[in-house]
Design a protein around this ligand. Structure first.
Ligand SMILES: C[S@@+](CC[C@H](N)C(=O)[O-])C[C@H]1O[C@@H](n2cnc3c(N)ncnc32)[C@H](O)[C@@H]1O
Length: 305
């Protein structure tokens, strides 16, 4: 939930809501049953979970290990309306992609931090599918943090952070940090957030961060008007279709959809900007086009020495 109307049904806003969301929302959760009780295999579509990620292991093994409930639509950022199974599968795919990236770049994955983790779409798989001892998640939405505290195991440590860039995780302690669809929304203090991720990573550690970049811009240029992301950009900025006739703006561009609260924009990063700015913190190993959802790219970087 990211607007005042949505959460004011629970209580009056307080100052904490100016710098975070739902810091004390106590409305009960209305979860769906765990993956073991829903027809997950039906949704095993090749575009979401490529066969090679499973490395020959049957999907049923992954399903059996995950006994946590599936959060309700409002408690999972609206992901996969009416498709609890797909929500499970996309998170599993992202988990497996991170494991594959760690293997490819020779990182022994013993500690993992998911920044902007929501209610654990990806983290739940680290809990259910791995024995990785040090798991961390943080989000600006306190309700997500309460969900994780209620349903995921003690091995996971969760933090309700606010919009001022500061994460209370020790220096040089994390092997891989991820942020799925988070820098696509951070409009202020981006470099300070990057510096925080840089600080917590161990030497040689990896970042796995999704962005709207040159690849996304090209996809938007060729998208039909029914495309969901294109519609969102056009709602936020009526001149967006005109802008799309040109190349992606070289400088990072924020499209603010509200001035309320700290979670309020769609953000676009050109590859040139990523190299110039993010490249100061991370050696950019790859930018994989269309590697997250239908429109986002994944930047994989290694902490600079
Ligand atoms: C589009 S959702 C993606 C959630 C999750 N990463 C996933 O892939 O399912 C963006 C998430 O980032 C969180 N967020 C936005 N700005 C944040 C910030 N400055 N610090 C931490 N979390 C933030 C939101 O609360 C939300 O949970």
């Amino acid at each position: 939930m990211n607007d005042k109307a949505a959460w004011s049904k629970f209580r009056m806003p307080t100052w904490e809501d100016d710098i975070s969301l739902n810091h004390d929302s106590l409305a009960p959760f209305e979860n769906s049953p765990p993956p073991t009780e829903i027809p997950v295999e039906k949704f095993k579509t090749a575009d979401v979970l490529p066969e090679e990620l499973l490395e020959g292991r049957p999907l049923s093994e992954f399903i059996q290990r995950d006994t946590y409930p599936i959060p309700a639509l409002d408690d999972r950022e609206g992901y996969n309306r009416n498709h609890d199974a797909r929500f499970f599968i996309t998170g599993l795919a992202d988990y497996l992609k991170i494991r594959a990236a760690a293997k490819k770049y020779d990182v022994d994955l013993q500690s993992y931090f998911d920044f902007g983790c929501a209610s654990g779409r990806v983290l739940r798989h680290f809990c259910a599918q791995s024995e990785i001892p040090h798991l961390w998640g943080s989000d600006i939405n306190g309700r997500h943090i309460r969900w994780l505290n209620d349903y995921l195991p003690q091995r996971l440590k969760v933090i309700h952070n606010n919009c001022v860039p500061q994460i209370p995780i020790a220096d040089h302690s994390i092997d891989v940090v991820s942020a799925f669809s988070v820098f696509t929304h951070i409009d202020t203090f981006e470099t300070a957030w990057l510096a925080e991720l840089y600080r917590v990573l161990k030497p040689g550690g990896l970042c796995y961060l999704t962005v709207h970049n040159d690849d996304t811009w090209k996809l938007l240029q060729n998208a039909g008007e029914e495309n969901g992301l294109l519609k969102r950009f056009c709602q936020v900025d009526p001149t967006f279709e005109e802008q799309l006739k040109k190349d992606i703006p070289v400088e990072r561009k924020c499209y603010r959809y509200t001035d309320v609260g700290p979670y309020r924009a769609l953000v676009v990063h050109s590859n040139e900007y990523l190299q110039k700015t993010w490249g100061r913190y991370f050696d950019i190993l790859e930018i994989r086009g269309k590697a997250h959802g239908y429109m986002q790219s994944v930047l994989i970087g290694r902490k600079k020495g």
